[in-house]
Design a protein. Sequence first.
Length: 67
Amino acid sequence: MSDDLVLLNKGIKCLTEELGLLESERFIYILLSRQFDYTEWRKTNLCPNESIEEISEAAAKYCEKNP
């Protein structure tokens, strides 16, 4: 299986485990219908005042504390 298919399968599994099948399909529909730009969304909504390096450092620290 290609790396892309592995990633897609993992993503769909995560979505369906967390949201269920119906809500997962709704989520995907919203992303596609609104031409969702994750990169732009991340810049403005997910830690907008932190650099990639700061986010990465915080993630690494979290992983150290939560193995």
